[in-house]
Write a protein that binds this ligand. Structure first.
Ligand SMILES: NC(=O)c1ccc[n+]([C@@H]2O[C@H](COP(=O)([O-])OP(=O)(O)OC[C@H]3O[C@@H](n4cnc5c(N)ncnc54)[C@H](OP(=O)(O)O)[C@@H]3O)[C@@H](O)[C@H]2O)c1
Length: 314
């Protein structure tokens, strides 16, 4: 288990992604996923106020609402919830007023009094960073949020954020949430990785399964029709991507685990990564994701995967 930033909190080696909740995961199935995740020891659930506004008929906040109805039945849970601000259709951007209003709306939907980990979801370059960082600090000081995270920021802007906290004695961020997987490394490496390592920021990356591609279920054009997410996985369906799937398959067979378990375990062999985020649309899909938490790859296995991934230069 890795620590969350400089806190004493230990993070289970898999963070649960929930952007399908209220979209193509109905409430009862979402609760079954949460039951299985927490029963296995999972202790960090990742959502955002905007999930899943893109689904027809949704307005945003559906994922938080579904998590809230589960929390209402599990008041004694040890699991923490991370949510994010800046993308909800009614609460766009990162002005101080918007951050406060969005946090209050998230708390209402979650039915809790505090947000365990609150992320700036995407950079808002139109708002002075001093204002944004000050607003997160205020919420932390008031006890509305416990910890601060930064998602999808450039290394330069994370550096600026840290400089502001140092200048003013503000609460430090503990986590980064970049896009990162065997088929997509350039957002995190090298800039954010170096900052994560030097500044004790836990990187909890999304895209760790590349929208399902790294489960091995998309090997031909025809396979892409299996799911609405096939379109997002399509860009990885090329000789380099398939070479990675083949190597994952070899390791998975030798270890008696699923391809997805190996892909997720690989992320934890990388400097700066505390635990990957992965989403399960159904409770059945969760098994291999949880199995990744028990899987430690050998140096050779990790190096072989990294070498194939280097070819993509992704
Ligand atoms: N910070 C950000 O900007 C950001 C952006 C995106 C996501 N996220 C977070 O990261 C989480 C993960 O999202 P992601 O987009 O990166 O997705 P992902 O984890 O790369 O892929 C999840 C998808 O993989 C498929 N899958 C999972 N387990 C499977 C299994 N055992 N067998 C077959 N297919 C399986 C499912 O696809 P099907 O639905 O096709 O079955 C599932 O919806 C989100 O829920 C969210 O919490 C954050």
């Amino acid at each position: 288990m890795a620590k969350l930033g400089r806190t004493d909190i230990e993070i289970y080696p898999l963070v649960l992604g929930t952007n399908t909740f209220g979209w193509n995961t109905e409430e009862a199935e979402a609760h079954a996923v949460l039951d299985a995740f927490t029963a296995a020891g999972g202790n960090l659930i990742d959502t955002a106020d905007v999930y899943s506004a893109w689904a027809p008929g949704n307005v945003g906040g559906e994922s938080e609402t579904v998590i809230g109805t589960w929390l209402a039945k599990h008041r004694d849970t040890q699991a923490m919830v991370a949510t994010k601000v800046s993308q909800h259709p009614e609460f766009k951007g990162l002005t101080a007023a918007n951050i406060r209003a969005a946090a209050e709306a998230s708390l209402k939907r979650l039915g809790t009094e505090v947000i365990d980990l609150y992320y700036a979801h995407f950079d808002d370059e139109e708002t002075p960073l001093e204002e944004t960082v000050g607003a997160f600090n205020d919420l932390a000081n008031e006890g509305t949020i416990r910890h601060i995270g930064i998602s999808n920021y450039s290394p330069e802007r994370v550096r600026e954020w840290l400089d502001i906290t140092e200048r003013h004695g503000y609460a430090r961020p503990v986590a980064l949430q970049p896009k990162y997987s065997l088929v997509s490394r350039s957002t995190f490496e090298p800039g954010l990785r170096d900052l994560a390592v030097a500044e004790d920021l836990s990187a909890l990356p999304y895209h760790a399964l590349a929208s399902g591609f790294l489960t091995g279920k998309y090997r031909t054009e025809a396979d892409l029709k299996q799911s609405i997410r096939g379109d997002s996985a399509a860009r990885h369906l090329n000789p380099s991507g398939l070479a990675i799937i083949e190597k994952l398959d070899q390791i998975a067979q030798a270890r008696g685990v699923a391809i997805a378990s190996v892909a997720l375990a690989w992320t934890r062999t990388r400097p700066g990564i505390a635990a990957p985020i992965a989403g399960a649309r159904t409770a059945d899909q969760l098994g291999p994701l949880l199995a990744s938490a028990e899987l430690e790859l050998t140096r050779d296995e990790a190096d072989e995967l990294t070498a194939l991934s280097d070819v993509i230069g992704a």
